[in-house]
Write a protein that binds this ligand. Structure first.
Ligand code: ACO
Length: 340
């Protein structure tokens, strides 16, 4: 059974925080941030906006684009590193707001790898007959969990949300492979506490309830795993880097993306990058980049996509997807007829 993405929607909060704004808050410069990361500005949630509020906005955008998209949704997976609460899940909160109360819903936590993990989860549910149409969401209010005193990390992050419908698509389209992983040995390089007062490898006085990060370690890790996991996903799908029409990476740092791209030998013009306007929005970054590329007519029916992501865990996730450009045609119920 072929399973792919048939609808997308996104949301970014209204407030924009530029590098020039950051110059007034921290000892930093626009020049340093652009040359080290490629980021020029990011969107920041309002005081009363949270992951669920933003996820709802992304789902509303999806419904605006594909009016029947929520009909028959029987599972909601929300990938988030900044949930409103540990419970109720952000997925359940969003479901309640968009008319899907009663539908199975849970949150998935693996930091910035979350959107690709959630797509893999949705694919597995559908292939196993557990669900037929899954609403996958990535929603983040990272601005509420970063340490705004730490110039080495806070300049990277922004807020945003993306939503996708994952369901059966015609044969020849859809997800062809995933390569997922996680290794807690890298945990001390990127972490945030929750209930426990200890994280293995993290000194107790660094256990503030804010994102802690060793940028250089994460950088090295990211370049390595983006290359390795992307290659694994391609090999599993029987593809080579030359077959990729669009590399859609997690939008963390343009230098990381460039280094990973060079490892593959994928040319710059085949990479979707929009981090200059959003920063790193964690689980929202791949849908935000994908949506822009589809809207701009860059990603077209039948294009070969490669998603690559990394994040806290440390975790990694890559996936090959043959883009189904008939998105919208499938969201009327035809998908429900396809059997496993
Ligand atoms: N402005 C000016 N100077 C700064 C800033 C800043 N905002 N931040 C750090 N510096 C200084 C440092 O203090 C250091 O000074 P020193 O040499 O006197 O000690 C110098 O700049 C260089 O610091 P580095 O850490 O070596 O800079 P680097 O080139 O590695 O860039 C960065 C730092 C941008 C954080 C980079 O390492 C990076 O992007 N790492 C990956 C981080 C990442 O992607 N995290 C998200 C993961 S996804 C998730 O799951 C959340």
């Amino acid at each position: 059974m072929a399973v792919g993405i048939t609808a997308l929607g996104t949301y970014a909060p209204q407030r924009v925080l530029t590098n020039q704004d950051l110059e007034k808050m921290l000892e930093t410069t626009d020049e340093w941030i652009v040359s080290r990361t490629g980021i020029r500005e990011r969107h920041i949630a309002a005081e009363n906006e949270f992951a669920s509020t933003m996820g709802v906005r992304a789902v509303q955008d999806l419904v605006r684009r594909h009016p029947d998209a929520l009909a028959g949704v029987d599972f909601i997976v929300c990938a988030t590193s900044s949930p409103d609460a540990l419970f109720p899940s952000t997925a359940a909160l969003i479901g309640g707001e968009v008319g899907l109360a009663g539908v199975a819903a849970y949150d998935l936590s693996c930091a910035c790898s979350g959107f690709v993990y959630a797509c893999a989860t949705a694919h597995g549910f559908i292939a196993a007959g557990i669900a037929r149409r899954v609403l996958v969401i990535g929603a983040e209010t990272l601005s509420k969990i970063v340490d705004w005193q730490d110039r080495g990390s806070c300049i990277l992050f922004g807020d945003g949300a993306g939503a996708a419908i994952v369901e059966a698509v015609p044969e020849g389209y859809g997800f062809q492979s995933f390569a997922l992983g996680a290794d807690s040995a890298g945990g001390p390089s990127l972490y945030m506490r929750a209930v426990a007062d200890r994280i293995p490898g993290v000194e107790k006085d660094l256990m503030a309830p804010k994102v802690g990060m060793n940028g250089r370690e994460v950088f090295k890790f990211a370049v390595r795993v983006l290359g390795d996991s992307g290659q694994q996903a391609l090999t599993k799908a029987g593809l080579a880097p030359a077959d990729v029409d669009w590399l859609i990476p997690h939008q963390a740092n343009v230098r990381i993306i460039d280094a990973a791209r060079e490892r593959f030998g994928i040319p710059e013009e085949k990479v979707v990058v929009n981090l200059e306007r959003y920063g790193n929005t964690s689980t929202a970054s791949i849908p935000l980049a994908l949506q822009e590329a589809v809207d701009a007519g860059r990603v077209k029916d039948g294009d070969q996509l490669l998603f690559v992501a990394f994040g806290g865990g440390l975790s990694w996730a890559a996936g090959c997807l043959k883009w189904y450009g008939g998105a919208g045609a499938m969201v009327t119920g035809a998908a429900a007829e396809v059997s496993a």
